[in-house]
Every structure is written in structure tokens, then in C-alpha cells.
Design a protein around this ligand. Structure first.
Ligand SMILES: [Zn+2]
Length: 267
């Protein structure tokens, strides 16, 4: 959408420029001497682009800073799980990942970490990456900066207290990232992580629907969203059942499964 909006706006400005100078951009492109083009045409375009960036700075920084996928060389993808831990589904998911020798990334809700410290320790002991997913999973997009800071800070503190790990990743509940959520989370030392593949597992989707969502949306650098607690009516059985099949499918397609920090730092 941003590209389209920018293109439309640019075209509008260029059209106006052409009109005011009584010169159409198309005719300028065909001029033989680039020295003529440069001062008249190219530079104003660059200024226009800068002006667009400035005028949309909130929108631009939001879209630029939330990491939804990481397109680099190589077939790497990251499995991510939100909303836990719990004592019901978290151990089952960890058992599968251990058996398959996959490291994933878990976005932890602070109050659940407090309730289930053993699961938190297991996540870290088994080599998974930990991210912050707020204290009690409220929609932060309408919250004050103080509230956002409190949600993120208390969760960081709890995770650190239990595991010794200081999270550097933050995923907003519901993916609701306002400019303020973005600013506060980044200022407190977090990269803001989204996703590019939504399995919709939380919604009670069938195993085949979950797999279909992965097949349709996955690509190099994908960040795949699943859950490790919660779910519709508290059920995530299909997440557990689908997981070995997702891993098998991704490996068949040549993907290496890595954590989000590994995906971001990969060359
Ligand atoms: Zn969540």
C-alpha cells in the first residue's frame, strides 16, 4: 500500500511540476544531455521523495521497523509461538521441537511467565529464543506511553528474574503496533517483530487448514506465527498435531529452521 500511495503522490507532484514548467516529464527523459536533465528534473524528484518520507515519518518508521520477514540469501525461516507459557501445550510443543532438533522463538506473556517459571527455564535450557509479548496481552495501540513502558518493562524484568535472559525482541499483542508502541519498545532496546505467515492456529483451524496456510504464505525469510498457550476455547491441539508436519514440509522444501535472532543476523 505504501508503495502505491507514494507512487500516486509522486506522480501528482511530477505532473504539477511539469505543468508549472510547461514541460512534460516524458519529454525530459528523452533529452540527450544528462547535464540538462540533472538540475531540472532529477534533483526535484529526489527532493519530492525526501519530502514524502518526512511527511509520512510515523507511517514510514512503523512499516520500516516492524520486522515481518527477513529476505536475505538462503532458505531460512523462523517458527514463532505466542502467548505462553502454560503447563498443557508448552511441554508438548517443546517435546516436538526437541525431537526434531528445531530451535524456535517464543513470545512470552509476563504474567504467564510468572505462573510457570519451570517452563520458562525449559525454553531457555533447550536453546530457544525468548521475546516479550507484554504483561497481560492487552491491546497497547491505544495505551499511554507509560502503560506501554510498564507492560514491556515488567515482562522484561520477570523473564530476566526467572531465566537471566534480557529479551531484545518484542511482539505486540494482536500485532497492534501504533507509532507510540513502536517508539517505546525500540527505545527500551527491543526489535519489534511481526510475522509473514499466519497459521491462524489460535482460531481452531484444522490441521490441514494450518498446513495449507503455511504452504500458501511461506517463502525465504518467513516468520511463521503459531501459539503455545491459549487458543479458542483454550484449545491448541491442532497446533501440536500440525507442528511435525509443518517442520517436515519446510525441510522437504529445503528450508532451515532458525530462531528470529538467527534469521535477522543471517547473511
Ligand atoms: Zn498474542
Amino acid at each position: 500500500m505504501k508503495v502505491i500511495r507514494t507512487a500516486v503522490f509522486l506522480f501528482g507532484i511530477l505532473g504539477m511540476t511539469g505543468c508549472s514548467n510547461s514541460v512534460q516529464p516524458e519529454s525530459l527523459v528523452s533529452l540527450p544531455d544528462p547535464q540538462v536533465i540533472t538540475p531540472i528534473n532529477i534533483e526535484p524528484q529526489q527532493k519530492v521523495i525526501k519530502k514524502i518520507d518526512d511527511s509520512n515519518s510515523d507511517k514510514k518508521s512503523e512499516s520500516a521497523a516492524v520486522i515481518n520477514n527477513v529476505k536475505k540469501d538462503g532458505l531460512k525461516v523462523a517458527l514463532t509461538f505466542d502467548d505462553g507459557p502454560d503447563e498443557k501445550y508448552t511441554p508438548l510443543i517443546l517435546d516436538i521441537l526437541k525431537k526434531e532438533q528445531v530451535k524456535a522463538t517464543f513470545f512470552v506473556v509476563g504474567e504467564h511467565a510468572k505462573e510457570h517459571p519451570k517452563m520458562m527455564k525449559r525454553l531457555v535450557d533447550e536453546g530457544h529464543a525468548i521475546g516479550n509479548h507484554s504483561w497481560d496481552h492487552v491491546n497497547l495501540s491505544e495505551a499511554t506511553a507509560d502503560k506501554i513502558q510498564s507492560e514491556i518493562g515488567s515482562t522484561d524484568d520477570m523473564i530476566k528474574q526467572i531465566t537471566g535472559v534480557v529479551p531484545t525482541l518484542f511482539r505486540a499483542p494482536y500485532g497492534a503496533v501504533s507509532p507510540q508502541v513502536l517508539n517505546v519498545s525500540m527505545q527500551s532496546g527491543h526489535q519489534v517483530i511481526g510475522w509473514s505467515v499466519d497459521t491462524l492456529d489460535w482460531d481452531g483451524k484444522s490441521v490441514s487448514q494450518i498446513l495449507s496456510n503455511v504452504r500458501k504464505e511461506v517463502g525465504p525469510g518467513a516468520i511463521i506465527l503459531q501459539h503455545f498457550a491459549g487458543g479458542k476455547h483454550g484449545k491448541l491441539g491442532n497446533t501440536v498435531e500440525a507442528l511435525p508436519q509443518i517442520i517436515s514440509y519446510l525441510r522437504q522444501k529445503g528450508y532451515t529452521l532458525v530462531t528470529v535472532p538467527e534469521l535477522i543476523s543471517a547473511n
